[in-house]
Design a protein around this ligand. Structure first.
Ligand SMILES: Nc1ncnc2c1ncn2[C@@H]1O[C@H](COP(=O)(O)OP(=O)(O)O)[C@@H](O)[C@H]1O
Ligand SMILES: [Mg+2]
Length: 661
């Protein structure tokens, strides 16, 4: 699979993002835990405080019962009525006290604890209450008040309605501990008992009163009113208080689903275990009836210190959870916004960092494509800036080196071309020289053999001619013989000259002067009458070491050839100059004749090559000239375009001299 590599910027952003996200998540996680714990623990502390207030209300109520009983028992009229056994007065008076103070029971016993008057149920008397823990304390001559479990049979004695009020069938409660019972028949009472003592300190009896808590909502509602001021959250009351008889809700303002007080329901198993079994307070969240509450539970004990029930307060957990969630949400939103802001900043800053690097990448591509003049435009002074500067310096150097290389290549090419040309020329000259040498040997042999007989013929024909009368018919023929023989002799002489040239005599020679001298020798000829001669001599030519007689012969050959070619009409230009390197002397002969055919160019320096009619040319002029110039270590060349004249060029080295055979 072909995976696109990540760009530098993406890598930087991803690595920063990882740091931000990991850091953000960790702080969000621990932050929200901290927030939650703080809010919940504050709520918990408040609930604990609320429980103390609930105890105050509870104890106040107990104290009310105690004070009523105490006050009533201390009345003289009561003592008198007991002494004089005035049941009617006692009944009337105590009934009024019970009714006025809202007590559920108010009962009188004699000093043995035997009931002598029940204001609520006057028919039932004569039973002993001496076993009752609270009453037995009062029988010793004092006052005692405590919450207490009162059995159904006792309640029935006090008043059948009270037994009815206490009777409660358990309602199925999730999370409650299993119990074998299905109902509660006993009740819980705030009970106070006080001895009735006469002026002599003799105990006449005991007066006891009580308030049945089952289905009596005074205490719990008062707690709610004092502590929670009827606060509500989404239509639900926040604060709740409950009094449990063992694990059973007998008085509460916790509501069930139908909105009724949840009496008959029971406390959760874990709270029951902690508070009822282990006797410890429970301060934590707890599932109450149908929702989670932040709660505080403490055991209610009777006079013997046995746990008979629980006092509970609690607040709905939901508002606190919602607050916590709101805080966490706000926290998260801030965190996300910060991440977004950081990303934007990161994007901007990476752009600023990456831009010069991108520039450099672009530049390297341009350079790879061959654009060495491309420059990186980075202005920063940091490492990237330094890199860019070095980069630019590098490309500049590279460019210079490259240009030098190209230049060098060009020079090399030119040099190779020059050398090749020189080599080709040298080869051509060598070939010519060798050709001439072999031809020369042959010609010399023939010429030598012919020379002497020709000499003989010439001498004898001369002698004959001297002796012959001028009018003789043979005179004319003989003259022709002499003339032709002389021509033959000249050819042979030329051949010999070519084959075995005379030893050159080296003298210091002025080329310009020598040209003039050569011209003057032939200018007077009729062939030159209509030929313009133009001299373009260089004034500062050095003298050269040369055989001037031989050079003159060469010059004359070339000039005569030109005159021949132009057929006596045209312009001959003689030019002398120094070569550009100053090492050679150059002599040009240009004519306006017909020029040389392409196919003849190679042959004109060959001996006996001539295009002239028989008797007019020997074809030796240029080959002799060639060997003379070679002896002077120079070169002779021709340039011509057929129809446009010809130019012969002689090049003589200034420091040359003459070569020996
Ligand atoms: N200036 C010139 N213009 C045209 N052709 C020339 C010229 N010089 C020499 N030639 C040719 O070169 C040939 C050889 O010349 P050369 O060796 O002097 O012999 P010849 O003059 O006896 O012919 C000539 O026949 C002629 O064809
Ligand atoms: Mg000639």
């Amino acid at each position: 699979m072909n995976v696109q590599p990540l760009s530098l910027r993406t890598k930087i952003i991803i690595s920063f993002l990882v740091v931000i996200i990991v850091g953000g998540s960790l702080s969000l996680y621990f932050g929200s835990r901290l927030v939650k714990r703080t809010i919940i623990s504050q709520a918990q502390a408040k609930v604990e405080h609320d429980l103390a207030a609930a105890w105050m209300v509870f104890n106040e109520k107990l104290n009310d019962v105690k004070e009523i009983v105490d006050f009533t028992a201390s009345r003289e009229s009561i003592q008198d009525a007991i002494k004089h056994d005035r049941q009617d007065i006692l009944f009337k008076y105590l009934s009024r006290v019970r009714n006025e103070n809202g007590l559920d029971i108010l009962t009188l016993t004699d000093n043995k604890g035997k009931v002598i008057l029940r204001t609520r149920n006057p028919e039932v008397i004569g039973d002993s209450q001496a076993e009752d823990e609270v009453i037995s304390m009062a029988l010793k001559g004092g006052i005692c008040s405590f919450p207490q479990i009162v059995t159904r049979s006792e309640l029935l004695k006090e008043a059948p309605e009270l037994a009815e009020q206490a009777y409660m069938v358990f309602i199925e409660t999730p999370k409650a501990a299993q119990r074998p019972e299905k109902r509660e028949e006993n009740g819980m009472m705030l009970k106070a008992a006080s001895a009735v003592v006469d002026e002599n300190g003799e105990i006449l009896g005991v007066l006891y009163g009580g308030l049945l808590i089952n289905r009596n909502y005074e205490i719990v509602d008062r707690v709610k009113e004092i502590v929670y001021k009827d606060e509500k959250y989404k239509g639900r009351e926040i604060g709740t208080a409950t009094i449990f008889q063992h694990d059973l809700r007998i008085s509460t303002n916790v509501k069930d689903e139908a909105g009724n007080r949840a009496i008959g329901t029971r406390v959760s198993k874990e709270v029951s275990q902690a508070v009822l079994v282990e006797g410890k307070p429970w301060i934590d969240r707890a599932f109450v009836v149908n929702d989670w509450y932040i709660t505080a539970y403490e055991p209610i004990r009777n006079i013997s210190g046995d746990i008979i029930g629980i006092l509970y307060v609690g607040v709905l957990e939901r508002p606190y959870i919602d607050t916590t969630n709101r805080v966490i949400l706000a926290f998260s939103v801030i965190a996300i916004l910060s991440v977004v802001l950081l990303l934007i900043l990161l994007f901007i800053s990476t752009t600023r960092i990456i831009h010069p690097i991108k520039e450099m990448v672009f530049a390297t591509q341009r350079i790879a494509e061959g654009d060495l003049s491309h420059k990186v435009d980075v202005k920063s002074k940091d490492e990237v800036g330094i890199l860019a500067d070095s980069f630019n310096q590098m490309t500049t150097d590279l460019k210079t080196a490259n240009e030098k290389l190209i230049e060098w290549g060009r020079t090399l090419e030119k040099k190779v071309e020059e050398r090749t040309k020189e080599l080709r020329e040298a080869q051509a000259h060598l070939f010519q020289t060798e050709k001439l040498a072999s031809l020369g040997k042959l010609a010399a042999g023939v010429a030598h053999e012919i020379n002497n007989p020709l000499g003989g013929i010439l001498i004898y024909s001369h002698l004959l001619l001297e002796d012959l009368d001028k009018n003789s018919p043979y005179h004319n023929n003989l003259e022709k013989i002499v003339k032709e023989t002389t021509r033959c002799k000249d050819i042979v002489k030329g051949l010999l000259e070519f084959a075995r040239p005379k030893e050159p005599e080296a003298t210091l020679t002025n080329v310009n002067e020598l040209l003039n001298k050569s011209l003057s020798l032939i200018e007077s000829q009729s062939l030159f009458q209509n030929i313009q001669v133009e001299k373009r001599y260089s004034a500062d030519l050095p003298l050269i070491v040369a055989d001037s007689a031989q050079l003159q012969q060469v010059f004359m050959n070339i000039i005569l050839n030109a005159a021949d070619a132009m057929q006596g009409e045209g312009r001959l230009t003689l030019r002398t100059s120094l070569s550009s390197d100053g090492e050679d002397l150059i002599i040009d002969f240009s004519d306006t004749g017909p020029g040389i055919r392409e196919e003849d160019m190679e042959k004109i320096f060959d001996p006996f090559f001539t295009t002239k009619e028989v008797g007019h040319g020997t074809g030796l002029g240029l080959s002799i000239s060639y060997s003379i110039i070679r002896k002077h270590q120079g070169t002779i060349d021709v340039q011509s375009t057929f129809g446009e004249g010809a130019t012969f060029t002689i090049k003589l080295p200034i420091a040359g001299g003459i070569e020996d055979d």
